[in-house]
Design a protein around this ligand. Structure first.
Ligand SMILES: Nc1ncnc2c1ncn2[C@@H]1O[C@H](COP(=O)(O)OP(=O)(O)O)[C@@H](O)[C@H]1O
Ligand SMILES: [Mg+2]
Length: 351
């Protein structure tokens, strides 16, 4: 089976994706009798690169200038060396994790790993996901959202009233903590909004969970998803920002998280419920914030293409649950094929 592994992409998480993809490919390479890997790199301009060019990108080589949309179609279409059987997108953030690529693959009729169009789009947009999660009675923090162009003293008053200080300000559609800041006062809020506005026109401000523990659960499956044991991240900095995630490499992962048994079970139940609420399939990492102060638990976000780097929680949680990386990627591909077969079997007739 020929597996196209897609990585890089036009997002703030380009580098993280390269790192994740290298790990996914290493896992696939452990099953050489089953899988042939076709690496497809996407440079920062959006060009799809094959074989040697893809490898060059993976090793942080220079991207080519300019964007040629036809290269995307050629990469997976009939003119490639041999058509691919399944696509494994390892793209984090916009243009990869947000449903746009998934829609493109649906149109191309190709099975692909992970969530479909709706689940990807809902999970990517922090405003939309909060709405759906809240509708399902899942616990989320108080929040305010606005378009960056609407930012005004009036909106600031609203943020101060609903969220108070400290509060978190985030671009609605991104990940890896890019553009996320914690504001302790009005001046910092101003700067935080300017920062977030560099990455998205839609901005979310939310109440900070006091003294939060970061608990994460890995979910795997389609119609009958399974939840891993919860893990905990102990950030090396004030919060789990980009540097704590990828630069220092000193944030600690505790697997399993030290939690009372009933709380751990409740967290797994909520992880599955939110996976289903957002219409996810294949995989997602569900992130919680648990207040040390009050014991209150909040759902922070779902990541539909979680990090797969050597220090990433998603593969580590499954490893701890008895599924090593090569079995995990194998299962993900199987789930992609199952969902594709299921959808292909649906009637397209009008009666
Ligand atoms: N409401 C909050 N209360 C406390 N900490 C938060 C809150 N929101 C975000 N954080 C901190 O900021 C980090 C990044 O925020 P998150 O919403 O997960 O963005 P991203 O999608 O970029 O990962 C979280 O891992 C956590 O450390
Ligand atoms: Mg996060």
């Amino acid at each position: 089976m020929r597996v196209a592994v897609l990585f890089g992409g036009r997002s703030g998480e380009h580098e993280v994706s390269l790192n994740s993809a290298a790990n996914v490919m290493a896992a696939l390479a452990m099953l050489p009798e089953k899988y042939e890997i076709a690496p497809i790199g996407i440079d920062r301009e959006g060009n799809w690169l094959l074989s040697a060019e893809a490898h060059q990108l993976l090793s942080q080589g220079q991207p080519l200038g300019g964007y040629e949309p036809s290269r995307a179609l050629n990469a997976i279409g009939p003119s490639s060396v041999r058509p691919v059987d399944v696509v494994f997108p390892v793209l984090h953030g916009p243009y990869g994790e947000d449903g746009s690529l998934q829609g493109f693959l649906e149109m191309a009729g190709l099975p692909y790993v992970g969530c479909g169009v709706l689940g990807s789009a809902l999970a990517m947009d922090k405003v939309m996901s909060k709405r759906v999660l809240r509708d399902q009675g899942l616990p989320i923090t108080d929040y305010v959202w606005f378009r960056s162009a609407e930012w005004s003293p009036l909106v600031r008053d609203d943020v101060e009233e609903v969220c108070g200080y400290p509060c978190f300000v985030k671009p609605a559609n991104l990940g890896s903590s890019v553009g996320v800041s914690k504001a302790h006062n009005a001046a910092e809020l101003e700067t935080a909004v300017q920062t977030a506005a560099r990455f998205d026109t839609k901005i979310v401000a939310e109440r900070a969970v006091p003294d939060a523990r970061e608990i994460e659960v890995a979910v795997l499956g389609n119609d009958d998803p399974q939840a891993s044991v919860p893990g905990e991240i102990v950030p090396s900095r004030e919060f789990y920002d980009y540097a704590a995630k990828y630069v220092d490499g000193t944030s600690e992962l505790l697997i399993p998280a030290q939690l009372p048994l009933d709380l751990a079970e409740e967290i797994r139940r909520l992880a599955l419920k939110s996976f289903q609420a957002l219409d996810c399939s294949g995989m997602a990492r569900v992130d919680f914030l648990l207040s040390r102060a009050s014991g209150d638990l909040y759902l922070n976000e779902l990541n539909t293409i979680p990090g797969f780097t050597a220090i990433s929680m998603y593969p580590k949680l499954w490893e701890a649950s008895g599924l090593p990386a090569e079995k995990l990627v194998d299962r993900l591909i199987q789930l992609a094929l199952e969902r594709h077969a299921q959808r292909s079997g649906l009637s397209t007739a009008s009666e």
